[in-house]
Design a protein around this ligand. Structure first.
Ligand SMILES: [Zn+2]
Length: 475
């Protein structure tokens, strides 16, 4: 018996003005490359179950704005061709994201799964793993047999869920289970932080229900709020071993609990101005600041200027920011050379949500062309980078929009680690270890393409009624 595996993943922030093009996607096939861990997780289960596994194509792009039509159509065609060439096989597992949005294809995963189902027919077991930042659509559910969604944010369980996806898919192919998927829509949009309550207990409770009374898997789609799309929002998915009534009842019960918790599920955020005031008085170092409203991993531009302007206004120094996406500033720094003092215009170019550029006197500390660093034993092309210093703030600038401030990159900029600075800024949520290492951790909330203040966005297409836009969506 043979199982085929493939991946297609990106997340689309429709409020981001930077299009996602074909070149943004890393392409791999045969299970080698940056997505090897996934293939290994899928592959090990299959082998342990005595199945032959064939790893197919993987397309992966860092999140940004809408995927251009030709890019998605090319990827879809290539994926379908590789699936066709690998036939015959007895089951298919896919890792998809669940919030990929292309021009004329608002639900890429639903569209892709429909094409896969049309190709493979109704009897082929298809198991799909999705990110918890998912718009779980009817088209996805109708065209897959079993869907398993990450449970944790920050995501720490991707490989565990991959293994489950493969186990269930093989169980189905071997006739051991008949998966049925029940969905409940709590008519709300709320990110869920599972590192704090009540998200933690919620996930622990649904996990404890699995493996009993015919319940195979329970997932809560956290939603990806930054997409102006009818299906945006949380969803509860209960997969049972052919117990539709039980699944429906449980999905509704959990969904109502999620709705009751709607005000408490998001991350604990400190409004930017309040954060700046705390920093101006703070005596405990090192400080770690998460500029999560400009998180490149969530599709924001990575060049928002609200924080940097605030730091300058409040006279806060000893800051190290990793990192701004600003190719023009990097170019100027490279041309001027290390040691040069100059007037520089930084950030605010990716779109209106990034704010206006900031003008400042800086000294070029580092200017490196074509930086390649070691990342877990592999060469990693960071591209052109610079470190500029002004107002007591060190700003790392990247020509390539890249979301990984990896250790060797920091070293190239002259920092052994983030903790060399009194105050370090990262554009994304820090994991639990990083939070624990800092004397003070602030997850800042401000205007930007990843702001959690959803009322600040100009949504035109989302399905209504839906909380927080409608206080009582069930009335
Ligand atoms: Zn995610």
């Amino acid at each position: 018996m043979k199982v085929f595996t493939a991946l297609m993943a990106t997340e689309t922030n429709t409020f981001c003005s930077i299009p996602t093009v074909l070149d943004d996607f890393a392409y791999e096939t045969g299970g080698e490359g940056i997505l090897t861990d996934y293939f290994n997780a899928f592959g090990k289960v299959a082998k342990d179950r005595g199945w032959e596994v064939q790893h197919g194509p993987a397309y992966y792009a860092s999140p940004a704005g809408t995927v251009v039509r030709s890019a998605y159509e090319t990827i879809k065609e290539n994926m379908l061709n590789e699936i066709k060439e690998a036939m015959p096989f007895d089951a298919l597992t896919l890792l998809l994201h669940g919030a990929m949005f292309a021009e004329d294809y608002p639900d890429c995963e639903g569209d892709f799964l429909k094409a896969v189902r049309d190709l493979l027919g109704p009897d082929m077991p298809i198991g799909v793993e999705l990110d918890s930042h998912v718009h779980l659509t009817d088209a996805m559910v109708e065209n897959a047999d079993i869907i398993v969604i990450f449970k944790e944010w920050p995501h720490t369980d991707m490989l565990d869920r991959a293994r489950e996806t493969m186990e269930f898919t093989i169980d189905m192919a071997e006739g051991k289970i008949r998966p049925h998927m029940a969905i409940y829509d709590p008519r709300m949009i709320a990110s869920i932080d599972t590192y704090k309550e009540p998200g933690r207990t919620l996930v622990d409770d649904i996990t404890a229900m699995e493996g009993k009374d015919g319940v195979l898997s329970i997932s809560i789609g956290h939603s990806f709020p930054w997409a102006d799309f009818p299906d945006v929002g949380n969803k509860v998915l209960v997969v049972t071993d052919n117990r539709p009534e039980k699944g429906k009842e449980l999905a509704e019960q959990i969904g109502k609990r999620v709705f009751d918790l709607r005000n408490e599920l998001g991350s604990t955020k400190t409004p930017l101005e309040e954060g700046l005031e705390i920093l101006a008085r703070n005596k405990k170092f090192p400080v770690l600041l998460s500029e999560s409203f400009d998180c490149m991993a969530g599709g924001a531009g990575g060049d928002s200027t609200y924080l940097i302007k605030g730091l300058i206004e409040h006279g806060i120094t000893g800051v190290f920011i990793t990192h701004y996406w600003d190719p023009m500033a990097v170019d100027i720094a490279l041309k001027a050379g290390e040691g040069t003092k100059l007037h520089m215009r930084i950030g605010g170019k990716s779109g209106p949500l990034a704010g206006d550029p900031v003008d400042m006197e800086v000294k070029v500390i580092k200017a490196i062309k074509g930086l390649v660093v070691n990342w877990e034993g592999e060469p990693y092309e960071v591209g052109d980078v610079a470190l500029v210093r002004g107002h007591g703030i060190d700003i790392a600038l990247n020509a390539q929009r890249d979301r990984n401030p990896i250790p060797e990159y920091l070293k190239a900029l002259g920092y052994d680690s983030w903790w060399d600075a009194k105050i370090s800024v990262i554009k994304g949520a820090a994991g639990p270890e990083k939070r624990a290492e800092s004397a003070l951790y602030l997850n800042l909330e401000g205007p930007g393409a990843n702001s959690e203040d959803l009322m600040s966005f100009d949504y035109k297409n989302i399905g209504r009624p839906k909380w927080p836009f409608d206080e009582n969506p069930f009335e």
